[in-house]
Design a protein around this ligand. Sequence first.
Ligand code: GDP
Ligand code: MG
Length: 449
Amino acid sequence: MFDTLSDRLGGVFDKLRGRGALNEQDVRDAMREVRIALLEADVALPVARRFIDDVTEKAVGQSVLRSVTPGQQVVKIVNDALVEMLGGGDGGGEAVGLDLNAAPPVVIMMVGLQGSGKTTSTAKLAKLIKEKHGKKAMMASLDVNRPAAQEQLKVLGEQVGVATLPIIPGQQPVDIATRALNAAKLQAVDVLLLDTAGRLHVDQALMEEMKAVSAISAPKEILLVVDSLTGQDAVNVAQSFAGQVSLTGVILTRMDGDARGGAALSMRAVTGKPIKFAGTGEKMDALEPFHPARVANRILGMGDIVSMVEKAAATIEVEDAEKLAQRMAKGQFDMNDLRMQLKQMQNMGGLGMLAGMMPGMKKAKAAMAASGMDDRVLLRMDAIIGSMTPKERAKPELLNAKRKIRIANGSGTQVQDVNKLIKMHQEMERAMKQIKKMGGLKGLAAMFG
Ligand code: GDP
Ligand code: MG
């Protein structure tokens, strides 16, 4: 989704990084290009302007320009400012989760325009609350405008195994909300999700309805759902909603599409609230916590093999790195090497950092994401390799069904976890062979440098 922005910024920063010394004019020139890149990505003008002013002020400081690596320092300043712009201050760069800290039933109200993804996100969120928070959820649709809107939520509720309030035709939103609250209390529901009606445009009737529902249900969270594909419009919509109700957070949907990223970059600034989740598909599990630090890294670091090599060199033991480089040069990659790589991934800030940085890793990472893997998985994979014999580590092809069961038992995992790890190893081994063909890591670095 951030491909174009990432490409543009990548170009600017490659120029900066490659230079030994920088002067103020170099930085100002680079910032002009950054500004154009942000605007092309649909970042709201005032947001882009403030960003550039901030960064320029920090980056033309003498301590930066006189340092040994001014280019890299400027990139770091931009990275930090991006994290901040994405709402990094709210959660220390990590995702800001739901606040469910109140007497049950805790009410979450979903607001937004028609078609933004409210109903879908309501059901995704209910699933997450049930599965990740282990709480009893209930959903109610207050959408009396669109025919079959309430039916839609009911069907999704059945899919995710969360109860929906029975539909009474003709009932109005505030009355439905009152009935939902009573039902939630009676049924000892922990979290009640209210899916409100949307409109095609922001209008006063919609705002009044939202306020009335909010007044009687006292939501702990009011989440604004916006479609990231609508770019600048999404920003305007967010601004009008933020001016009318006290939002607690934003869900950006269709982040799986080719949004240019500007909506995400502007959202924190215009609403004053964190983006809590990103919708990444139509399926019920396509909802991800929004990590500002990871997104910023992705915008700046995508495909940047040189910085990956630099980072790898800085974070792993020098001998390990040399040993690994030698083995990679020969196209060798066994379970010991994979284990070393996993350790590096942790040192480099987890899987998020590695997205797209290395040939082969992008696919491995996508496969990991698809199977619901996250950074905790790194530890589990380490345990699996730890339960292999030295022989098995050196020759993974030895791993037959019997050995896999023993390893799964030994590491407290399932055979399917062992299989996933073996598959990942194969993918990476293949990638290493490709790197060998290109002349090893040095050859790659030279190509990109
Ligand atoms: P509402 O009018 O705001 O309630 O919007 P809906 O929840 O009915 O969503 C409208 C359409 O967008 C549906 O077809 C959804 O499947 C789709 N949709 C919602 N969120 C996402 C998302 O994150 N990614 C993709 N690709 N589609 C989504
Ligand atoms: Mg809807």
